[in-house]
Design a protein around this ligand. Structure first.
Ligand code: PMP
Length: 273
């Protein structure tokens, strides 16, 4: 298998990133996970825009999006998989040990892995750790995912596939790798980006195609909701059937089922919306 690293396709087993790469030593980097179906990247333009936004947020040099696009195409052409995840990683590059960024220029890495279709419904847990909506990196897709890794491990230990965070003021925020939607009194809501959640691409498409209101919601809305579902690149629309071991009302409920159907139909029509 070959990956793209610093300007060329290279054999993954012999490709090297420096042990002093700032992405590795202090998590100074940004990334994207893009769904690849039948050799084509889904919503690539939106992912590239978000990559550039995240890089700007960290003060990294502006990524050359034409190069990133070429890298994605090269990797996809090189090892076609029926369903895959393209991982774009862009870091602060080589730097002396410490938090100061060096002047080597950024590292760009694009790799492709196989993906499997997620089940239509899942269990989630809530966690006591919070998203800090006032953090300098709130809403940026940085390579510092340690908190997400810890929360996801707690979810897996509890037999669930996702953990949901509140923010520092007790509002519903997002999952470790997904956005959350709730149905209250028949209306579909999702937390705004100001809650500290990532501006998910699936979230935006579902909101646009299905119609959802952005609203600050108390974390307890999860208990009151008639339906809860998650969105992400690899989950699409996924109904939540258990929250902290409690069975949620029938999942997928009618609003979730409609959202899943519309998303599937529209997404199949347009691979780069
Ligand atoms: N929140 C977080 C923290 C994520 O990592 C992801 C996955 N990228 C999402 C939400 C969902 O975003 P998207 O729909 O763009 O995959």
């Amino acid at each position: 298998m070959r990956i793209w690293l610093d300007g060329a396709l290279r054999d993954a087993d012999h490709a090297h990133v420096s042990v002093f790469d700032h992405g590795l030593t202090v998590g100074d980097g940004v990334f994207e996970t893009v769904k690849a179906e039948r050799g084509k990247a889904f919503a690539l333009t939106r992912h590239l825009e978000r990559l550039a936004r995240s890089a700007r947020g960290l003060g990294l040099p502006e990524p050359d999006l034409d190069e990133v696009r070429r890298a994605c195409a090269a990797v996809l052409d090189d090892s076609p998989v029926p369903l895959g995840r393209l991982r774009i990683t862009y870091t602060g590059g080589i730097s002396p040990l410490g938090s100061d960024r060096g002047d080597s220029g950024p590292t760009l890495l694009v790799a492709l892995g196989a993906a499997t279709r997620r089940p239509d419904t899942t269990a989630v847990i809530t966690v006591p750790w919070v998203r800090n909506e006032r953090s300098a990196v709130a809403g940026l897709k940085t390579t510092s995912y340690a908190e997400n890794v810890v929360a996801l491990a707690a979810a897996n230990k509890a037999g669930a596939s996702e953990a949901l965070f509140a923010n520092t003021v007790g509002q519903l925020c997002e999952g470790t790798g997904s956005n959350v939607f709730v149905v209250l009194d028949g209306e579909l809501y999702t937390p705004p980006v100001s809650s500290g959640c990532l501006a998910g691409i699936t979230r935006a498409l579902v909101a646009e195609w299905v119609g959802a209101k952005e609203a600050d919601l108390p974390f307890a809305a999860l208990e009151q909701a008639e339906e809860v579902f998650l969105t992400s690149t690899l989950r699409d629309v996924q109904a939540v059937h258990r929250i902290d071991g409690r069975t949620a009302p029938a999942a997928p409920g009618p609003v979730t089922a409609r959202a899943a159907r519309i998303f599937e139909e529209r997404a199949a029509d347009d691979l780069d919306p």
